[in-house]
Ligand binder design. Sequence first.
Ligand code: THU
Length: 140
Amino acid sequence: MMADVDWDALTAEAVTVMHRAYAPYSKFKVGVAGLMDDGRIVTGCNVENACYGVGLCAECGMVSNIHATGGGTLMAIACVDQHGDALMPCGRCRQLLWEHGRPTSLIRTPEGIMTLADILPQAFGPQDLIDRAEDRTHRG
Ligand code: THU
């Protein structure tokens, strides 16, 4: 499956949505495209706000769109800047991607194709909530 990722096509989708970004304050347009486990591609762009701190990263929009279009799991991700070059997701967005992907999901970075586990080592995730629940029966 992963050998089949068409990175050029996925990046092209990210570039297309990057051009739709609403970034009048930073002038820094971002686009992201994710290949889902069912084969569909879901995209997102950053949307800023006059109240600067409430701006939304491109990844936030993509994650919302994932669920709005049926959910699923991210298998491959391309995030681009205004030049179409690979852009590393911010820390918060790495956490968002982690929740909706797998540790082995792939992402195109300036240093090549990497996994989500590579870019968010020792990630906190859903399993931590289960393992560390107050009512857990096995303590250790
Ligand atoms: N931005 C994203 O959309 N995703 C990232 O992972 C990094 C930053 C946006 C937020 C803001 O609108 C602009 O880039 C400049 O920080």
